[in-house]
Design a protein. Structure first.
Lengths: 350, 394
């Protein structure tokens, strides 16, 4: 079951620079079309940002733990999901079957990482709840270091280079997703539509979990007032374990989604990248707020696509524009409204 | 402690001449690693100065390290307006540190309105913005993602404009001293750099120590313990925090500056990136959060581990490869030979073991090496050790 031969599979990366953007010059209709396309891409990117950030905000909302291992779990998710697809999907597998396998991989990865996350909460985080939040940050950061290095060792042993993207899983993306589709007169990359669909699915699932299940009730109550919930006789510790597990699982789901995206792709570097972007989204939306995360992901996604468009069309010649803009959003939000768009003032003690 | 650091190179050289050389090479850090200990230790100290003593986690501390490093390199290349190319390193080092201190004032003036997780996040945000800017700023060099290099002569630590009282540093460009003071001891370029950097680091250590033991330092600790009470007593805590942050940024930039002088090149990933701060954080926790000397012990520990696990100067991997019989090396281990496993899982894999040790420290030794030692002894090591020794002598 060696993976080494697969590492050399032909890379199938969609061009990062959008040819449509370069043609968009002059004309009111063209301008409108470009705006619509940039907006659509922004929503697609926003869906990705939402998926990688929602688990982080869920965990923080109830437990007040900023999980620094979030990115590392997403990285593991991307590799595990890629592994499943590479093993199952062959050259003859149909489009529908591939997408079916994708969902199976999604469910499988979610189940595995949720269990692992719960175990981690019980074994490592539970003993230090009574310490200052700094120690929870430190602990999860240490865990993320370990996960990252173990991933590097496994990848090196299996002959897959650690740093560059592992191309094989991206090769399994069905051709349908690589094309474009006409939507309101503009060509939108189908991968973005797919990502929006997954993002919406995750959003609905998390929303249902929060509002329709008992644990969701605990979380919403617990993020308002943990002590009161405890006083009402609810075992908050058990709720913590479940929520940390689900949050970890959602991080991995985000990772699986990134696996097919040519901008990200499975790589060890995902660990830090996902973590930093998830932080931005969660802080802008308000730590612990589900609606906030949704809105903030949209804002960050659109800001990303607008600045990317500005750079690719040559209006701005500064290559780091979109990263700088995203982190500036974080800084500006913390200056003018530290609790975020929908955050509660007391959360996180600022 | 300082004496130990001063005598280490000589002891290391002496050990290499004895039959125990392979083991010494494998388990003792080489001098090149000890130089790294010096500047990363100083940076970790500056991080601890603000984070450990006022309780505000400065997650963007790499911004100051990077400022110091880039300022020195750009000034040496004559790229900083107003500073001619040949300005002595000690002056550019100081200027860079002042710039970083001012930067800390700017960042701090908005950041100190927040506390806890939010303070950590806003400083991280600032550092990331600067990191992304530097990475794409064409002025720095033609390839800004790779950073910049010093193109001119070696940079010297010492008294500016007095050649006899300054020493060039750098692994390749530094000065070597032969027959030191007629004692028959030759010092290589690395060892000379080690001592030159050591002088700067020790100076900074005493300066920070002095500040922390002054009334100003007591207010910093008061802020960590109970900021509201400190304010109620009448201290303008905002100004104290800001001043402490600026001092911390100043010394962080000095660390970056001496690093740049020694390595003669800077890259965004090695200076401004989040992981630079994370390294300082790890060493500070292992050494002892809230003890100024702790980070140095932590750095010594982590760099020692890294040296033992890397093959650059003979480490465990080399020892295993040479020491184990061939059939053991070729033994099958889940489909890969043990030799390959050693190569990948031991060689250069320090972050893994460091991560495990770090997690164990957070769980079981939250005060770090020095903090726990002080708790056990009931005071600082220097004050309590004589008592303990006296007890055992009886």
């Amino acid at each position: 079951m060696s993976l080494a031969p697969l590492a050399g599979a032909a890379p199938q990366i969609a061009s990062l620079v959008d040819p449509g953007a370069l043609l968009a010059t002059g004309g009111a209709v063209d301008g409108l079309r470009t705006a619509a396309r940039v907006l659509a891409e922004g929503i697609g990117k926003g869906a990705v940002y939402f998926t990688i950030a929602v688990g982080l905000t869920l965990v923080f909302g109830l437990m007040g733990v900023l999980n620094f291992a979030h990115g590392a779990v997403a990285m593991v998710g991307a590799y595990l999901g890629g592994l499943v697809l590479v093993l199952v999907v062959g050259a003859n597998t149909g489009t529908l079957a591939t997408i079916l396998v994708f969902f199976v991989a999604l469910a499988l990865v979610f189940a595995v990482t949720t269990a692992a996350g719960s175990a981690m909460e019980v074994a490592l985080i539970r003993p230090i709840y009574d310490r200052t939040p700094t120690y929870q940050i430190l602990l999860t950061f240490g865990v993320s270091l370990i996960i990252e290095e173990v991933a590097r060792i496994v990848l090196t042993l299996r002959g897959i280079q650690p740093n560059p993207q592992w191309q094989a899983p991206m090769g399994t993306a069905p051709d349908v997703l690589l094309g474009r589709t006409e939507l309101f007169g503009v060509g939108v990359r189908r991968l973005y539509l797919f990502e929006v669909a997954i993002g919406a699915l995750v959003a609905v699932a998390v929303w249902a979990f929060l509002t329709k299940t008992l644990y969701g009730l605990y979380i919403r109550a617990g993020s308002e007032d943990t002590e009161m919930v405890q006083a009402l006789g609810i075992d908050v510790r058990q709720a913590f374990t479940v929520v940390f597990g689900v949050g970890t699982g959602l991080a991995a789901v985000g990772g699986v989604l990134l696996m097919w995206d040519p901008i990200w792709g499975p790589s060890v570097l995902l660990s830090i990248d996902v973590l930093l972007y998830a932080f931005v989204v969660v802080i802008i939306g308000g730590l612990g707020s589900f609606t906030g995360t949704l809105v903030a992901a949209g804002i960050v996604g659109i800001a990303d696509s607008v600045t990317t468009w500005l750079f690719t069309t040559g209006i701005v010649t500064f290559p780091g524009l979109s990263e700088v803009t995203i982190f500036l959003l974080l800084v500006v939000m913390l200056i003018i409204r530290p609790q975020g768009l929908y955050g509660v003032e007391e959360v996180g003690g600022h | 402690m300082i004496v130990g650091f001063a005598l280490y190179p000589l002891a290391y050289e002496a050990l290499l001449a004895t039959p125990a050389a392979p083991f010494a090479e494998a388990f003792l850090p080489a001098i090149t690693f000890m130089v790294v200990v010096l500047y990363t230790g100083l940076f970790a100290m500056s991080f601890d100065f603000i984070s450990g003593y006022t309780g505000y986690l400065s997650f963007g501390h790499a911004a100051f390290y990077g400022t110091g490093a880039y300022f020195v390199v750009l000034a040496a290349n004559g790229q900083v307006p107003g500073i001619p190319g040949g300005t002595p390193f000690m002056i550019t080092l100081l200027l860079g540190a002042v710039v970083a201190g001012l930067l800390a004032l700017v960042i701090g003036s908005v950041s100190f309105r927040l506390t806890g997780v939010y303070f950590a996040m806003i400083t991280l945000g600032f550092a990331q913005v600067i990191y992304e800017l530097i990475r794409s700023w064409g002025y720095v060099s033609t390839n800004p993602t790779e950073g910049a290099t010093v193109s001119g002569d070696a940079l010297a630590i010492g008294v500016p404009y007095v050649d006899a009282l300054s020493l060039d540093v750098g692994r390749l460009t530094g000065e070597s001293v032969e027959n030191l003071l007629g004692l028959g001891i030759d010092l290589s370029t690395t060892v000379v750099s080690y001592y030159a950097l050591g002088i700067v680091v020790v100076g900074c250590y005493f300066a920070m120590q002095r500040i922390l033991h002054s009334p100003f330092g007591r207010v910093m600790i008061a802020i960590r313990e109970n900021e509201e009470r400190a304010r109620a007593v009448g201290y303008p805590t905002y100004r104290f925090k800001l001043a402490a942050f600026a001092i911390s940024g100043f010394f962080g930039a000095v660390a970056g500056g001496v690093f740049a002088a020694y390595s003669r090149s800077v890259a965004p990933d090695g200076t401004f990136y989040f992981l630079v701060t994370a390294d300082a954080l790890i060493t500070t926790i292992i050494g002892g959060f809230g003890t100024l000397a702790g980070p140095v012990f932590g750095t010594l520990f982590t760099q020692g581990l890294e040296d033992v696990l890397s093959t650059e100067s003979g480490g465990v991997a080399t020892l295993l490869r040479e020491g184990l019989p061939a059939n053991v090396l070729e033994a099958d281990l889940f489909g890969v030979s043990l030799e390959l496993f050693v190569n990948t899982a031991v060689d250069g894999r320090a972050p893994l073991y460091l991560g495990i040790i770090f997690v164990l420290f957070v769980l079981f030794v939250p005060n770090g090496i020095l903090g726990t030692l002080r708790d056990r002894l009931g005071g600082t090591v220097g004050k309590r050790l004589p008592d303990y020794l006296r007890r055992y002598r009886r």
